[in-house]
Write a protein that binds this ligand. Structure first.
Ligand code: HGY
Ligand code: MN
Ligand code: MN
Length: 436
């Protein structure tokens, strides 16, 4: 088994004790970023809610006497110094923003687990071989807040030098109409300096990225495991601002063959993509397809009108790059063919892609060793959801993820996680950092 010099009874007991810190942080996050007009939490990317979450974690890190810093994009770094400060460091953490009316654990669980692990190292007097930095990344949920052209995961991609300057102005907040650039500046960060300096995280400085995150799907719960070790992360093909343009006209007077009905055409398109999805699954492929937003214009639509416009988004995800490419082509082909048949025009708009990511095999083996050593029942599991970990893997930083069982799915206010499961996953995270 990998070197176990720092795993002690004191550390084991300290991890139990620090679950109280985790509890306090989850409670504070829920209270201070709760949705004022409804249920769940609101931690808007480069907005007030995300900023509050960063302040709560900064305060906890200061109380633990960690080295605290931020980069030009506003990512938060909270470091426990190790013996060899020049050695490539362990990085852990996750995002501190949420989807609108989201759950309290998506993203935050990874940051809270990292802080609880560092608090336990402090309490037990554990001196690790290398630094461990807990990161609170910005704007991982950017797709739920910003439309326009961008490729998601803004904070981690900015830290790794993968974020492009044009995205600063092509990504626009739906509710404020302001660009990513303006929101970064309003939050007190420096987009100009971001592009005038080398990436904050040079891959050579990182020993690896290990992210704890709730599963967000039903598998661990259904299979009866508290913890999962992630094998890979699905890539995406997304169109955030698609539309189908037809013609408004009288719903009674116009015969079928003269209509340009945007809603029926969009329904045809969605049905055709759904059948394509079934064909991929029937041949054993991996794919999910979602239209999370579909809406006519409330300022002009009416019962007695043939709808002349409908707007929607497309979210395609797969572990397989070729399936993603095939689906991206199919989107355009169906849009053309159905547009012709229904006498409408599809405007698919900017299409962003994220490549699938493979988790590091050695880290996965070590994590499974840890599960055996700690008596934690765990299973290998692919991630359907996207995560910052994929960006680290894309730049060659070995990456791993620990999933925590959670009930009621995710991206909804009912997202629920048992603290016992969280404690096991945090224990595994801490154990992993003691191995080298
Ligand atoms: O959409 C995602 O998978 C991630 O939760 N942002
Ligand atoms: Mn999410
Ligand atoms: Mn997440």
């Amino acid at each position: 088994m990998a070197g176990q010099r720092s795993w002690t009874d004191e550390l084991s007991r300290a991890l139990d004790t620090e679950m109280a810190l985790a509890d306090r942080l989850f409670r504070k996050l829920k209270e201070r970023t709760g949705n004022p007009s409804g249920k769940g939490v609101v931690r808007d990317s480069y907005g007030k809610g995300e900023q509050i979450a960063h302040e709560i974690c900064t305060e906890a890190a200061r109380a633990l006497d960690l080295d605290v810093s931020t980069d030009f994009a506003g990512n938060l770094y909270m470091t426990l110094p190790g013996e060899d400060r020049a050695a490539p460091a362990w990085f852990t953490g996750s995002h501190l923003d949420s989807v609108p009316s989201g759950g309290n654990y998506d993203g935050a669980a990874g940051v809270v687990a990292g802080l609880a692990a560092l608090a336990a190292f402090r309490r037990a007097g554990t001196k690790l071989a290398r630094d461990v930095t807990v990161v609170g990344t910005r704007a991982e949920e950017v797709g739920s807040w910003f439309t326009g052209r961008h490729s998601g995961h803004v904070g981690s991609r900015a830290a790794l030098g993968l974020f492009s300057e044009e995205e600063l102005d092509s990504a626009v907040r739906q509710d404020t109409g302001l660009s990513m650039r303006r929101h970064m500046e309003q939050s007190g960060f420096d987009p100009k300096a971001l592009f005038a300096s080398p990436p904050h995280l040079a891959p050579s400085r990182l020993k690896g990225w290990v992210e704890l995150h709730i599963e967000q799907g039903p598998v661990l719960e259904r299979e009866g495991y508290p913890v999962g070790v992630v094998t890979g992360i699905r890539g995406t093909v997304r169109a955030r601002d698609a539309a189908c343009i037809g013609a408004y006209t009288h719903s009674g007077a116009v015969p079928r063959e003269y209509r340009q009905d945007a809603v029926i055409a969009a329904a045809d398109f969605i049905g055709a993509m759904d059948q394509a999805w079934e064909r991929v699954l029937a041949r054993g492929g991996d794919l999910v397809f979602t239209v999370g937003k579909l809406y006519t214009d409330a300022s002009v639509h009416a019962l007695s009108k043939v709808p002349g416009e409908v707007r929607f988004c497309i979210d395609l995800r797969s572990q397989d790059e070729t399936v993603l490419q095939e689906m991206a082509e199919l989107v355009q082909r169906h849009a053309q063919a159905i547009g012709k048949k229904r006498r409408v025009r599809f405007e698919i708009g900017p299409v962003s892609t994220q490549h699938p990511a493979v988790m590091d095999a050695t880290f996965r083996r070590t994590l499974m060793e840890g599960c055996r050593a700690l008596g934690i029942a765990a299973m290998d599991i692919p991630s359907g959801a996207g995560h910052d970990a994929a960006e680290f893997a894309h730049v060659g930083v070995p990456a791993a993820m620990i999933f925590v069982r959670n009930a009621n799915g995710s991206h909804n206010p009912d997202e629920a996680m048992e603290m016992d499961d969280f404690a096991l996953a945090t224990r595994l995270l801490a154990w992993f950092f003691t191995t080298r």
